[in-house]
Design a binder for this molecule. Structure first.
Ligand SMILES: C[S@@+](CC[C@H](N)C(=O)[O-])C[C@H]1O[C@@H](n2cnc3c(N)ncnc32)[C@H](O)[C@@H]1O
Length: 274
């Protein structure tokens, strides 16, 4: 059977001028405007000859990734949800500072690295498949100058029924759970919801989950309308399990720090158990 390959819109819409090939992977500079809390405190500086030294207002994440993969390895690419969630984190430093954060389905790790600019500890997880986990570790090393606290990379498969004690501990200590663009396949979505259920209902701790996704619309004859089947399946999985969660769509009027197309199909959902 032919194996289909997929390219994320993020790579399709970017210039490749800054990329360096390394086997199947490229290293791309993803520039971001400094949010207010990262701007140098004293923005006017002079060198020893009295000339004004211009302060940089932009940071750069160096991210190694693939630009075309099979469906099961889409985590080797970057998706718009990762940037939306990174923007949200940068726009809301007070929410992430001094927190223990876990990301699920992290892909190449960009969102976790953005969280690590503020958080006390970030645990970046994904399924242990192909090069995903080693790639995250390489990306963390490349961007170590931005990482403030502790950074862990761990395997977490939504389909596993039991997790190692070390991972359970990180989940138990977490107050914020992040996930970007993990809702695109019904079976994965079902296991993702059961993973969130396990995390949120494991104890009495109040946790906030942020799920970023791009509603991918298709037109169906049955509905004579366009529907976003993956997103609807996500809502159905929550309803089927009778989970008492509040889901709130976050207003996307926060600044855009990274360069990507913030299309209208992007949504950010904030979840709490009630
Ligand atoms: C579309 S990618 C999104 C990656 C990244 N969050 C981003 O937005 O760029 C989907 C992610 O879900 C992960 N994933 C798929 N099945 C999974 C599973 N069973 N358990 C954990 N993660 C899974 C993939 O490895 C991949 O990293």
């Amino acid at each position: 059977m032919a194996s289909f390959k997929i390219t994320s819109e993020v790579h399709a819409e970017r210039s490749r001028s800054h990329e360096n090939w390394r086997q199947n992977y490229v290293v791309t500079q993803f520039a971001f405007a400094y949010p207010p809390h990262m701007k140098p405190k004293n923005s006017v500086k002079y060198d020893h000859e009295g000339d004004l030294v211009l302060q940089r207002k932009e940071g750069k994440l160096l991210i190694e990734h693939s630009i075309c993969t099979q469906l099961e390895l889409v985590g080797l690419q970057l998706w718009r949800g990762a940037f939306l969630l990174a923007d949200y984190i940068m726009a809301n430093p007070q929410e992430f500072e001094h927190q223990n954060v876990v990301e699920l389905g992290s892909g190449v790790g960009l969102t976790s690295i953005a969280a690590a600019m503020l958080a006390r500890e970030v645990t970046c997880t994904d399924i242990d498949l192909g090069e995903i986990l080693p790639l995250i570790k390489r990306n963390v090393e490349r961007n170590s100058k931005y990482i403030r606290g502790k950074f862990n990379v761990m395997a977490l498969n939504f389909k596993d029924t039991d997790w190692p004690t070390s991972l359970k501990r990180k989940l138990a200590e977490s107050r914020i759970i992040l996930a970007a663009d993990v809702i695109y396949d019904d079976s994965i979505t079902d296991h993702f919801v059961s993973t969130l259920e396990k995390i949120l209902h494991s104890d009495d701790t109040k946790r906030t989950v942020y799920v970023a996704l791009e509603k991918r619309f298709v037109f169906t004859i049955a509905h004579l309308d366009s529907v976003a089947p993956s997103y609807e399946e996500f809502r159905r999985c929550i309803a089927r399990r009778r989970l008492k969660w509040t889901l709130e769509e976050v207003n996307l009027n926060f600044p855009q720090y990274f360069k990507y197309d913030r299309v209208k199909e992007l949504v950010l959902i904030k979840i709490h158990k009630t």
